[in-house]
Design a protein around this ligand. Structure first.
Ligand SMILES: *Cc1c(COP(=O)(O)O)cnc(C)c1O
Length: 426
């Protein structure tokens, strides 16, 4: 039964473009309409028609402790009693900046913003201001938010809706953006040669997770590091999704590669609208009011958002959440691989820690081209049948799903049984 969601979506479509405030929510990729959420707690979501789902999206990443963890809700409530926004420095901003710098040693100074998009946008402007150059190298299928210069051959919603480039992005911006296949070292070297002394920065998701999920091949990240250093360009890691999720120090800790700037978001806000960016002090000091690169935000460092993020991150550390997530992820992987081995169709399973993706395609997938070989009809069938059985995975082949610390072994076991049944019948 989804009649109440159906009514709400009809009303939404009259007053909100496409009925949604962010395109990935529209379920178009799987040929359906979204459900509307009544409430969410722990690993579960209930829709307005009373259906219950085990949720593997967690608000697209932020809900790493599950939905509405008591200590985060309490922290927000407590902060709210002291005021909602000041536009004047508050102590929580300092605590958050100190925590970010402690957990990610490549960051000597950080600034808070309100979304991942603002974080990457600010990194790009800062890199251009710092180097005095205009061009950017990015990678096909990497999504960095809806920043003009970065909406070129992008991933996530834009890719899902069949348009990896956006109307409304001036050609002049596209001309300043070189987009290359992920994991192709030779093309990176060639781009640096052909744009000598013009590249301000290379930006990437160190683990691309917005066109499905795939991984940097051996030495890819360290070669990018070397090329950037050699050519005087900055290396920007967009860890909006991976930061503080896959390890305390993010992907840069796992791969041992140090970027000049890092963009953060999602998990650091505990579910409130937050982003952050940071890096070497010498670069960050180019920001106003100290330097010439302008960047600002009325609500940046908002006390509720800082309180939520700090509570979530400290709890994650207290319970050693990364170890727990790896255990749960490992358990999930075992069930998934068993089910895949018995299925008649070809599936490639990728996982790192609490992030995973089932590609309905065979063989090695190391870039967007590989992800695009997936059988989207098959994915759609899989998605819907799982949803009917009360398991909510990302509604697109080109997204990553997430496990939270609130998922129990029993939740994972139940999900395993569902996947097993669904794949056997596909
Ligand atoms: C989600 C995401 C963004 C954009 O963050 P918003 O908060 O949606 O603006 C940027 N980069 C990556 C890697 C993301 O996953």
């Amino acid at each position: 039964m989804t009649s109440r969601s159906f009514e709400l979506f009809a009303a939404a479509q009259k007053r909100i473009p496409g009925g949604v405030n962010s395109p990935v929510r529209a379920f178009r990729h799987v040929g359906a309409e979204p459900f509307f959420v009544e409430c969410a707690r722990g690993a579960k979501i209930w829709d307005v028609d009373g259906n219950e789902y085990i949720d593997y999206i967690g608000s697209w990443g932020p809900a790493i402790l599950g939905h509405a963890p008591k200590l985060v809700v309490d922290a927000v409530r407590e902060a709210a009693t002291r005021g909602l926004s000041f536009g004047i420095p508050n102590p929580l901003e300092v605590e958050m900046a100190e925590l970010i710098c402690a957990w990610m040693p490549s960051i000597e100074k950080a600034r808070m913003v309100n979304s991942g998009t603002e974080a990457t946008m600010s990194c790009i402007r800062l890199a251009r201001g710092f180097t005095g150059r205009d061009k950017i190298i990015k990678f096909d299928g990497c999504y960095h938010g809806h920043v003009d210069a970065l909406l070129v051959k992008t991933g996530s919603g834009a890719l899902t809706h069949g348009r990896p480039d956006s109307a409304g992005v001036p050609q002049a911006f596209v001309d300043l953006t070189v987009s290359l296949p992920f994991n192709d070292v030779e093309l990176v070297r060639k781009a640096f040669r052909e744009n000598k002394n013009e590249i301000a920065a290379v930006i990437l998701e160190p683990i691309p997770a917005n066109a499905g999920l795939y991984f940097p091949q051996k030495n890819f990240l360290s070669i990018l590091r070397d090329e950037c250093t050699r050519h005087g360009a900055l290396l920007i890691f967009d860890e909006v999704m991976t930061g503080f999720r896959i390890a305390r120090g993010g992907a840069q800790e796992i791969y041992g590669v140090t970027p000049d700037l890092t963009a953060l978001g999602k998990v650091i806000g505990g579910g409130l609208p937050v982003g952050a960016f940071g890096g070497r002090a010498e670069i960050m000091d180019q920001l106003s009011p100290d330097g010439p690169v302008y960047q600002a935000g009325t609500l940046s460092g908002n006390p509720l958002a800082m309180a939520a993020g700090l509570a979530q991150l400290r709890e994650l550390e207290r319970i050693n959440g990364w170890k727990l997530l790896e255990q749960l992820g490992g358990q999930f992987e075992k069930f998934a691989r068993d089910a895949i081995a018995k299925a008649k169709i070809e599936i490639t399973f990728h996982r790192i820690g609490s992030m995973f993706c089932l590609f309905f395609a065979r063989g090695r997938i190391v870039d967007l081209g590989g992800a695009q070989r997936s059988d989207l009809k098959m994915f759609s069938k899989f998605f819907h049948t799982c949803l009917q059985q009360g398991v909510y995975f990302a509604p697109s082949q080109f997204e990553t799903s997430f496990i939270s610390t609130a998922h129990t072994s029993k939740d994972i076991e139940r999900t395993g049984a569902v996947i097993h049944k669904v794949l056997a019948e596909l």
